[in-house]
Design a protein around this ligand. Structure first.
Ligand code: GLY
Length: 326
């Protein structure tokens, strides 16, 4: 008989005396299966959207932990996408000044990016991720089957972060990923997809391991994000109908970053065109939905800006990036 896909998670949970599960309502069936690994584990359902990603929701999780009698040896397990893992992680970092937490990311984006690296937090008064803590989870368990319920658009958002990671650190994996994903969406249990997710997670983890607090090298993970954040800000302030998702904004941002790299003479001509074609073949948007000048103010306001300088992540070639203050 084949081993259950949940066996590694059952083993990972064994050392913890008590387990509390915070989950996104959209993956309730998975959360219940996972909680059943520890009979009696209490569950807390989240409406996982940006409007609910607030300090108040994190405090609601803390109040629930208190009512449930969670002590400092408890493990808080997040089951969901990046909003869920950020919020649950944040609650775990502040409840009783910090309890253990772990993630079961159920979106592709969270499996290759948001669920890894220890960034936790919430939005504040409409500003994204303005409060938070960086502290590493006890473990991250990727269950490929959880991708089955993910809508196509959300899957493609994750593809943008997957390709971003390979643009940063692995040209061969980038080629493989584009070859696979341009054929359409693979089955969740496709071994090639599983291998690419593990590779991207390993690249991110290695970068985080050498600069957890994002003082230097970790910044490369923001490739494409300076423009993406500016674009998201523009869409929000202009109340755009059908705004790009975060991953889609990252796809557009990757092309902008590649173009800037060419303009500055860092990358060979043709790189931006190549990346644009690849992203489009994978079903992602690549064109700026507004004039570039409209983003300038937002780029200056980027929360990672220092004084009048913004740290851009630029490409030398696929798999090689540099940081440049501009
Ligand atoms: N998502 C970028 C980072 O974790 O540093």
């Amino acid at each position: 008989m084949a081993p259950s896909p949940l066996s590694p998670l059952r083993k990972a949970l064994r050392p913890y005396r008590s387990v509390f599960v915070v989950y996104d309502r959209n993956v309730e069936a998975w959360a219940r299966q996972i909680a059943a690994l520890r009979p009696g584990a209490p569950l807390f359902a989240l409406t996982a959207d940006e409007a609910h990603k607030t300090p108040e929701t994190a405090l609601d999780i803390c109040r629930w932990l208190l009512v449930q009698g969670a002590d400092r040896k408890a493990l808080l397990l997040a089951v969901g996408g990046g909003i869920t893992t950020d919020l649950a992680g944040f609650a775990a970092c502040i409840y009783k000044r910090g309890i253990h937490y772990a993630n079961v990311p159920t979106t592709l984006l969270a499996q290759v990016d948001a669920g890894l690296g220890g960034k936790t937090g919430a939005n504040l008064d409409g500003y994204k991720n303005m409060v938070g803590v960086i502290r590493q989870p006890e473990f991250v368990c990727i269950l490929p089957g959880t991708l089955e319920t993910l809508p196509d658009r959300a899957f493609r958002s994750g593809v943008a972060e997957l390709l971003k990671t390979f643009l940063i650190g692995d040209a061969a994996a980038y080629e493989k990923a584009v070859a696979l994903l341009r054929k359409g969406r693979p089955a969740p249990d496709d071994p090639e997809l599983g291998g690419l997710i593990r590779r991207a997670a390993a690249i991110k983890q290695a970068i985080v391991d050498c600069d957890e607090q994002e003082r230097g090298r970790r910044r490369v993970l923001n490739l494409g994000h300076t423009y993406a954040h500016a674009l998201e800000w523009y869409q929000q302030t202009h109340r755009c109908a059908d705004p790009l998702t975060h991953g889609e904004a990252v796809a557009v941002g990757l092309v902008c970053a590649a173009r800037l790299s060419e303009r500055l003479g860092l990358a060979q001509e043709g790189l931006a065109r190549r990346i644009e074609d690849d992203l489009r073949a994978c079903g992602l948007p690549t064109a700026l939905p507004c004039p570039e000048e409209a983003l300038e103010e937002a780029v200056r306001k980027d929360k990672k800006a220092e004084g009048d300088q913004v740290c851009f992540v630029l490409l030398r070639s696929i798999g090689h990036v540099v940081l440049k203050k501009l």
